[in-house]
Ligand binder design. Structure first.
Ligand SMILES: [Zn+2]
Length: 253
């Protein structure tokens, strides 16, 4: 493969929740090129990695003709791009450290990230090319319209959480912050959403989360392993942390 060539990566949302591009086509795939020396500087900037900005910058630089802001993509689409960027730039083999849940033996193994399956969005949004879905709260007996969170939303939630933690708050409210950010209207109204959520029955909020997670397009990060000692088979969830690109990169030079 020519290192400058563009590979088109299909998005698990199929672009159904984004505005059409300038040619009136859905943004169902995004062209990526492999990382080069320019991107190496981003990978070696600890401050960028720590704040999570590094991954966005990498994707922006490696998708020069992308017709949507990387930050406007929902998390699952971004995950699909990150995994593909890793695969086309540094190979499909990703080393992981594991512990057997049965005998607690610790071992290293390799995940072929090209085998991870996409979880495709198979619910139609309320309107075509709009990130908006519906959920009926059973106990509140109210209808919510909600969106799936984008990278921008997630960054904002993390920012609010960190500000509160620095101010000494011990209560972890990321879940309600996310729900409040997702819900756009309740029974058609934009008002009092925060108040309604704060006083909603907890089972309604759990049902809402279960439903929204069930429709969320993503990459299925589970992979199977077998313990070399006791031969127990178990599954793990692949975590895209700050070292997703960094560790192997270091080894290769
Ligand atoms: Zn074992």
């Amino acid at each position: 493969m020519d290192h400058n060539s563009t590979i088109f990566i299909p998005l698990p949302s199929k672009g159904k929740i984004y505005p059409l591009d300038s040619d009136n086509k859905p943004i169902s795939e995004i062209g990526l090129r492999a990382m080069t020396g320019q991107e190496m500087n981003i990978l070696y900037s600890p401050n960028l990695l720590k704040t999570g900005k590094a991954f966005n910058m990498l994707l922006q630089k490696c998708s020069p003709n992308c017709k949507i802001e990387i930050n406007e993509l929902v998390t699952g689409d971004r995950n699909a791009l990150l995994i593909s960027l890793r695969a086309i730039s540094m190979g499909e083999q990703y080393e992981v450290k594991l512990m057997c849940p049965e005998c607690t033996f610790e071992f290293e193994s390799v995940v072929d990230i090209s085998n991870l399956k996409l979880k495709i969005l198979d619910v139609e949004p309320l309107e075509e090319n709009k990130n908006l879905f519906e959920f009926a709260f059973p106990k509140l007996n109210k209808i919510a319209h909600f969106k799936l969170l984008t990278g921008k939303d997630t960054n904002e939630i993390i920012r609010i959480r960190d500000t509160k933690a620095k101010a000494g708050s011990l209560i972890e409210d990321t879940i309600t912050l996310s729900i409040k950010r997702m819900i756009q209207t309740i029974d058609g109204s934009f008002e009092n959403i925060s108040k309604i959520i704060d006083s909603a029955p907890i089972s309604d909020l759990t049902d809402f989360r279960t439903y929204s997670q069930s429709i969320e397009p993503d990459v299925d990060m589970t992979y199977e392993h077998k313990c070399p000692t006791c031969e127990t088979e178990f599954s793990e969830i692949l975590n895209i942390g700050a070292d997703f690109f960094y560790v192997d990169f270091k080894k290769k030079i």
